[in-house]
Design a protein around this ligand. Sequence first.
Ligand code: ADP
Length: 448
Amino acid sequence: MFNSVLIANRGEIALRIQRACRMLGLRTIAIYSEADREAAHVRHADVAVCIGPAPAIRSYLDGAAILLAAAATGAEAVHPGYGFLSENAAFAERVTQAGLTFIGPSAACIRTMGDKVAAKRAMRAAGVPCVPGPDASLPDAPEAIRHIAAEIGYPVILKAAGGGGGRGMRIVEQESGLLDALALTREEARRAFGNPEIYVEKFLGRPRHVEIQILADGHGNALWLGSRDCSLQRRHQKVLEEAPAPGLPEALLVEVGERCTEACRQIGYQGVGTFEFLVEAGAFFFIEMNTRVQVEHPVTEMTAGIDIVAEGIRVARGEPLSITQSEIACRGHAFECRINAEHPDSFAPSPGRITRFDVPGGPGVRVDTHAGAGTVVPPYYDSLVAKLIVHGATRQEALARLTVALSEMRVEGVSTNLPLHRRIVTDPGFMEGGVDIHHLEAILRRGT
Ligand code: ADP
């Protein structure tokens, strides 16, 4: 049972985790890089330690420096947040070996799910439906490779077993392009992820991205908190999310949700996690599991009425889940807009000092942010400056609230993607709901 938590992250998620810890009466320890001296998560922490210079590789990704900070401050647990070291099994192991609690699943679970081939194999074994294709990485023999792809049927997608962040994937339309594409993807994967293993699966033409949030404790209990739709993506990066995924039959969601919780029990999963699926023609296909809190968790918090971050900390303290599946009733509808400091047309990052920061308010409106007027957005990290989250009794009400909130929100000093969000909420396809993963790119191609 720990009473102090080192939060190994920065930005809005460091603040989000800090709030959950403080609410639970836990002592909070912030870490920061030289670029984040003035950051909000540093100001509000009980203790804050500078762990290195601005580049992430020398600060937020430096596991040894983080463990030193933990030892120096008497931290008893480490919360990794998302990104950085959150899905690094070796780091989770080092935290545990140092006698601290890692707030998340075991290193073994992180390792299995971090290898997409191993994850697919574990999920198939647990009865979770997966994208057609073998749960093994591709062999070396050209003839065998051709045979595997032909069996799946073109188009296929080559994916790096160790891939993440929307990288390490390549679509192959026909056999003539297969071997060249494989060589390229392998080389990229070797360089980017240090793992040249590639696997192949059916390329789905017009799927939606739907995911299931789960929570599991160390006492064999697991539950699912409904669905999210994250189909609005640009270059495989999520831009706007909602809960629940609109227009999917409840019975189908219940079946998939139960498969996910069963899989959690089978692999001994503990903590918060997300099962990601592609959904096409009413069928679910597992693509990967994220073994950490996700950026988009608030839309589920708003609909399920559960503090997911606090529950994750409670189960790490050894407590059983405070609710059962039958007590979960998802209410209404929620949206989240990721507000990034980026140029609205080129999408290039737009670091700098924020000179004006007006956040919206009113019923059902929540803004998760570390930023305000005067905040400097450094060029070293991701460009997320705020998450605008709204809830309403119906999708229509939530959308109306979102439209008003977006019109009130104003950020100056850096460029943001607020204009893009304002366009999305007036797009007829989005307004109707249930668009596929190519819809946002189609909106962008149409221009203003
Ligand atoms: P990452 O870990 O890099 O995020 P994912 O496996 O989660 O990779 O896939 C990210 C995105 O890539 C999906 O949301 C989807 O847009 C696209 N994608 C992945 N697999 C397929 C597939 N089999 N068919 C079509 N699109 C896919």
